[in-house]
Design a protein around this ligand. Structure first.
Ligand code: LLP
Length: 422
C-alpha cells in the first residue's frame, strides 16, 4: 500500500490532499509518507523475527534527517558510505553500535570519525584500505572492527549501472583473494575481524542471485572459521527490488525474502545484517509537480513539467520507469492522450518517459511521479541553477517541510569572484 491514493476525487498523502501541499510549499516538491516508511520498515524487520538481525537502513536511498529519525524510532540501524552520512545518522539518533560503514574509498578522516563514534563495523573493500584503517586505529589507540566486502561474482540488479556483485565491478575483495585478505587482516594489531559482507546490486526482482550469493558466502564462512577466524556477522547488503508499476517482473515480497534468508542461514550461527534502501524508501515518496505547458510537436505531444532531470535523474540515468498520475482524478469521460513527459532543462535526456498513455492534462494541473522516495532527492543537483526542491514529510493529517527550497540568492552566496574580476 502506497498511502498516496485517490480519495474524494484527488490524491492524498495519508490524510493530506496533495493540492494543499502544492499550495503551501509550491512545486516541484518531494512528499514523503511517515506511515509508509514505518510500514515498510516493520514489514522488513518482522520478516526476520526469530533470528538475530540488524536492519541497517541504507542512508544513501533517502538521507533526510527527519526520515532517518523516523526509522531510528523504530529501532533501525544505518548503512553509511561517507562522513556526511555518518553525521546525519548520528544526528538523527541512530546509535553508533547500529551503524555499518560501507564504500570503496573511505578517507582517513572518515575512518577517524567513525572510530571515534564507535560504529559497529567497517565493511572493508580492499587490502590497501585495510592497511590504512589499521594505521588510523593504532594512532588512536584502538582496534577497528571489520568485515571484508567480498565480491561473489553473481549477476544481479535491475540495470548495468546498479549491478555491483560481478567480478568486473569495482566493489569488494575479489572472491579468489578473500581468504588471503582475512589471513592478512588477522596479523594487524589495529584490526578485529568480526564478519563477512556482500552487496550484489539493486532493484533485484528475483531471489536466485541472493540465494547464490548466500550459498557462496556460507562456504567461505566455514573455511574462514576453519582457518581460525572469528566470524560473528554476515551482512548481505541491500538490493531487494520494489514494484515501480510498469510491466516488469514484480519483486518478491519481503516475507519471502526473509524466509529464504532464514532457511539458507539457519546453520551458519551468524548475526545477520541487512542494508535495505529502496525497499524502505522507494514507495514512501512521490515527486509532486505542475504541468507548465502542453506542447504540440510534429508527431507527438509533450507534457512539460516544472520538475526536471536535476530533481529526479533516475529516468535519464537508468531508463527508470515511474508511474505518473494526475492529482485530480480524471472523470469517467476524460479524454486520453499520449505524451512524452519532459522537464524544462536544455537536454533531450530531460525526459521522464516517452509515449506514455494517460489522461489528457492542461497547463496548471498537478501530477505526481510515484516511487520517488529512494534515489530521488538524494541524487538531485542544481543544474541549470534550479534550486534543490523541498522535501515535505506527512504524518496523518499533518505535514512539515523537512528541507527548505533554497533561494537563488542562497545558491549564489557560496560563489566568489577572484580578485582580478572585481
Ligand atoms: N548497501 C550497499 C553497500 C549499497 O551500495 C547499496 C546501494 C545498498 C546497500 C542499498 O541498496 P538498495 O536496497 O537500495 O537496492 N541510484 C540507483 C541505485 C544505486 C544503489 C547503490 N547502492 C537507483 O536510483 O536505482
Amino acid at each position: 500500500m502506497r498511502h498516496f491514493d485517490y480519495k474524494d476525487g484527488e490524491i492524498y498523502a495519508e490524510n493530506v490532499p496533495l493540492r494543499t501541499i502544492a499550495k503551501a510549499v509550491g512545486t516541484p516538491v518531494y512528499v514523503y509518507s511517515t506511515a509508509t516508511f514505518e510500514r515498510h520498515y516493520s514489514v522488513f524487520a518482522e520478516s526476520f523475527k526469530g533470528i538475530e538481525a540488524l536492519v541497517a537502513y541504507s542512508v544513501k536511498a533517502n538521507s533526510n534527517i527527519a526520515v532517518l529519525a523516523t526509522l531510528a524510532k523504530l529501532g533501525a540501524g544505518a548503512d553509511v558510505v561517507s562522513g556526511g552520512e555518518l553525521a546525519r545518522a548520528l544526528m538523527a539518533g541512530i546509535p553508533a553500535h547500529k551503524i555499518v560503514f560501507s564504500g570503496v574509498g573511505k578517507t582517513r578522516a572518515e575512518m577517524r570519525d567513525a572510530l571515534r563514534a564507535g560504529i559497529r563495523v567497517f565493511n572493508v573493500e580492499s587490502e590497501p584500505e585495510l592497511n590504512v584503517l589499521n594505521d588510523v586505529a593504532l594512532e588512536m589507540g584502538t582496534k577497528a572492527p571489520i568485515a571484508f566486502r567480498v565480491n561473489p561474482d553473481v549477476t544481479a540488479g535491475g540495470h548495468d549501472k546498479i549491478s555491483t556483485g560481478k567480478k568486473e565491478n569495482k566493489f569488494g575483495i575479489a572472491w579468489s583473494s578473500a581468504e588471503a585478505a582475512y589471513a592478512h587482516a588477522a596479523t594487524l594489531p589495529g584490526i578485529e575481524i568480526v564478519g563477512v559482507d556482500v552487496h550484489i546490486g539493486s532493484q533485484i526482482d528475483d531471489l536466485a542471485p541472493f540465494e547464490a550469493a548466500i550459498a557462496k558466502v556460507g562456504g567461505l564462512i566455514s573455511r574462514l572459521r576453519q582457518a581460525g577466524h572469528t566470524i560473528k556477522s554476515f551482512d548481505i547488503g541491500g538490493g531487494l527490488g520494489i514494484p515501480y508499476g510498469d510491466n516488469n517482473k514484480t519483486p518478491p515480497p519481503p516475507s519471502e525474502y526473509g524466509q529464504m534468508v532464514k532457511n539458507l542461514t539457519r546453520d551458519m550461527d551468524v548475526e545477520m545484517i541487512f542494508e535495505p534502501g529502496r525497499m524502505i524508501a522507494g514507495n514512501s515518496g512521490v515527486l509532486l509537480s505542475e504541468v507548465l505547458y502542453v506542447k504540440k510537436g510534429e508527431d507527438r505531444d509533450f507534457l512539460i513539467l516544472d520538475a526536471a532531470m536535476n530533481d529526479l535523474i533516475r529516468p535519464a540515468l537508468y531508463d527508470a520507469y515511474h508511474d505518473i498520475e494526475p492529482v485530480l482524478a480524471p472523470g469517467s469521460d476524460a479524454a486520453e492522450a499520449t505524451y512524452d513527459v519532459v522537464g524544462p532543462i536544455c537536454e533531450s535526456g530531460d525526459t521522464f518517459t516517452k509515449g506514455r498513455d494517460m489522461p489528457a492534462l492542461k497547463s496548471g494541473e498537478l501530477v505526481i511521479m510515484h516511487s520517488a522516495g529512494a534515489y530521488g532527492a538524494v541524487q538531485a543537483s542544481q543544474y541549470n541553477t534550479r534550486p534543490l526542491i523541498p522535501e515535505v514529510l506527512v504524518k496523518g493529517d499533518k505535514f512539515e517541510i523537512i528541507r527548505e527550497r533554497p533561494t537563488v540568492a542562497e545558491i549564489l552566496k557560496s560563489e566568489r569572484l577572484p580578485d582580478w574580476l572585481k
